[in-house]
Design a protein around this ligand. Structure first.
Ligand SMILES: O=C(O)CCC(=O)C(=O)O
Ligand SMILES: [Fe+2]
Length: 343
């Protein structure tokens, strides 16, 4: 990434630049998943966190620390390689998984480089021309040699955590614990390894610009550097999520917002960078099958509370997003509010 010459593409509009004073979030709930709460209490805690914040952290989550350390170490090794080496697994318009360093969020370039891989390999998604399906394959680099294994082992563990969390979220909405399971049979979930290098203009750029996650749920591992900020629902203030060793940060994505007919909302977040320390993070994006028509669940709507969204096809939404993040466009990319029924 250019150090001497700053590309204009990274510069955020003045109203979106990070504040230099940091508000730390003591408020984001920290939930102990096996800490002696009764099932009912746990469900209530989760429901409250989803409603008030859309974000929470979990500890005692069952993902072995050793598996997490292994993927974190492999990610570090991968990003430390020379650019030419990383670019051997670079994504392009056809092979959309792999390495890239030119992602744009809301048409401003992010100060980061990433490596994406999907949980199912290959993963089925709609073809770009809208006719039939296509397969996306992962691209694994030669180095580090154990990256693939580290990723595949980690994913198995995080999937178990996702199932547990989706069960608790379902119960918190008054639904059977397995209500969401069917949507994920042919999941399009993927994992992203994020690397945010030190940035000479941390007051002008962002590691990831403000956005909401499009999928159902995100399970994020962040390191001890910090930088993730969440927009507090009560007053719109940007709040820093304090790194907690071995915890995962969980956030509700757009799909849960739609399924729950806005009982829970997907919350805006962004990543600040700094001029001294590089930062690493690993989000797991839990996404349903491509053929899922996302719409408010019938059990959660009635005459008094009619569906706030028209159904949309997840696969089309997902592939449109992936294509548009690739480069700077002059239009807003696809968003769930495009499917919102006006009141
Ligand atoms: O790096 C982080 O803490 C969050 C990254 C993020 O929000 C994303 O990749 O969607
Ligand atoms: Fe995100």
């Amino acid at each position: 990434m250019g150090i001497d010459v700053i590309d204009e593409a990274f510069v955020q509009a003045p109203e979106h630049r990070p504040k230099l004073t940091i508000t730390e979030a003591e408020g984001i709930p920290l939930i102990d998943l096996s800490g002696g709460l009764t099932d009912d209490e746990l469900v209530r805690e989760i429901g409250k966190a989803c409603k008030q914040w859309g974000f929470f952290q979990v500890v005692n989550h069952g993902v072995p620390a050793e598996k997490r350390r292994r993927i974190e170490a492999a990610a570090r090794e991968f990003f430390a390689l020379l650019s030419e080496e990383k670019k051997k697994v670079r994504r392009n318009e056809v092979r959309v998984l792999g390495y890239y360093d030119t992602e744009h969020t809301k048409n401003v370039r992010d100060w980061k480089e990433v490596f994406d891989f999907s949980v199912e390999d290959p993963v089925l998604v709609p073809r770009n021309d809208g006719d039939g399906v296509q397969k996306w394959f992962n691209q694994w680099p030669d180095k580090p040699a154990d990256l693939r294994e580290a990723c595949e082992e980690y994913v198995k563990e995080v999937q178990k955590l996702c199932e547990k969390l989706m069960g608790l979220i379902a119960l918190s909405l008054g639904l059977p614990a397995n209500r969401f399971n069917g949507f994920f049979i042919d999941q399009t979930s993927f994992v992203r390894l994020n690397h945010y290098p030190p940035c000479p203009i941390p007051h002008l750029a962002l590691g990831v610009g403000r956005h909401k996650d499009a999928g159902a749920l995100t399970v994020l591992a962040q390191d001890d550097v910090g930088g993730l900020e969440v927009k507090r629902k009560t007053d719109g203030e940007w709040i820093r999520v304090k790194p907690t060793p071995n915890a995962f940060i969980i956030n509700v994505g757009d799909i849960i917002q739609v399924w729950s007919n806005e009982r829970y909302e997907s919350v805006e977040h962004r990543v600040m960078v700094n001029s001294e320390r590089e930062r690493f993070s690993i989000p797991f994006f839990l996404n349903p099958a491509h053929y899922t028509m996302v719409k408010p669940l019938e059990e959660l709507t009635d005459e008094q509370n009619p569906a706030k969204y028209r159904a949309y096809n997840w696969g089309k939404f997902f592939t449109t997003r992936k294509g548009s993040n690739f480069r700077k466009l002059n239009v807003e990319n696809i968003q769930i509010h495009h499917f919102r029924v006006s009141e």
